[in-house]
Design a protein around this ligand. Structure first.
Ligand SMILES: [Zn+2]
Length: 243
């Protein structure tokens, strides 16, 4: 009953924000489209008041959860990758700015260029939380791709160790508040092949590379870990953060 009351209490606000920022009726998550992601957003609001509850680690099977790592910016990281059904799951592989998986990842199939790296669309300073953000598109308006600064904050404030978790190899990030997340070494898609699965993780940020339109920032890890700029056509993982 309380949850229903919460929903009704939110409705006037949702109607207002929708009319203020969107022209489409039913665009609950304000991504410019009326689709299944709006239903996901509504269910999220009904079940947990918009997903504001956070945990120190993934508590159960009702993913995604917001994990509180006690970060200075108060950013909460998701417990699992976009497209994954568990923290150890690979999830989906996405070209930067694309919101659907595909069979072949190269410049000819990258939808935000005209077949070459020299014709990539200029996205401005960030795609996080926009229609080009796969986390927002699939998980709803509570989530978005991390910025490169948020990834740096994660690296700066957590210890990071190579572990095997539920049969998946990857890196576990642990913070001083006891919170932790696991990122599987899901590898990456180039062309029609999956490379480095089980040995490397490649995760996108929502931040374009400052010098070239054909790259965007992300983080990769194996025995070491670093923020790097990757060609946008590559199929890589996305670990969202909460808005
Ligand atoms: Zn979870």
């Amino acid at each position: 009953m309380r949850k229903l009351f919460t929903l009704f209490a939110l409705l006037p606000f949702m109607a207002f924000s929708s009319s203020a920022q969107s022209t489409k009726k039913g665009d609950v998550n304000e991504d410019g489209a009326v689709d299944i992601s709006d239903v996901v957003e509504l269910v999220n609001i009904i079940l947990n008041g918009g997903g504001t509850q956070s945990y120190l680690y993934c508590p159960d099977d009702h993913h995604p959860h917001m994990i509180d790592l006690g970060l200075p910016s108060e950013t909460k990281w998701a417990c699992c990758n976009v497209g994954a059904t568990a923290p150890e799951g690979n999830g989906g592989y996405f070209a930067w700015g694309e919101t659907e998986e595909k069979d072949v990842y190269d410049w000819s199939t990258y939808i935000y260029c005209e077949g070459t790296d020299e014709t990539c669309l200029d996205f401005g300073t960030s795609i996080s939380g926009t229609q080009y953000d796969v986390a927002t598109k699939i998980w709803g308006n509570s989530w978005q791709m991390p910025s490169s600064e948020q990834i740096k904050e994660l690296l700066d404030n957590c210890t990071c160790e190579w572990v095997e978790f539920n049969g998946s190899k990857g890196r576990k990030f642990t913070s001083s508040n006891g919170g932790s997340i696991f990122l599987p070494a899901a590898g990456y898609h180039d062309g029609s092949e999956l490379f480095s699965h089980g040995s490397y993780g490649y995760y996108w940020s929502g931040t374009p590379y400052s010098s070239y339109n054909y790259c965007a920032y992300g983080v990769f890890f194996n025995s070491s870990i670093a923020i790097y700029d990757f060609d946008r056509y590559l199929g890589q993982s996305v670990r969202p953060v909460s808005k």
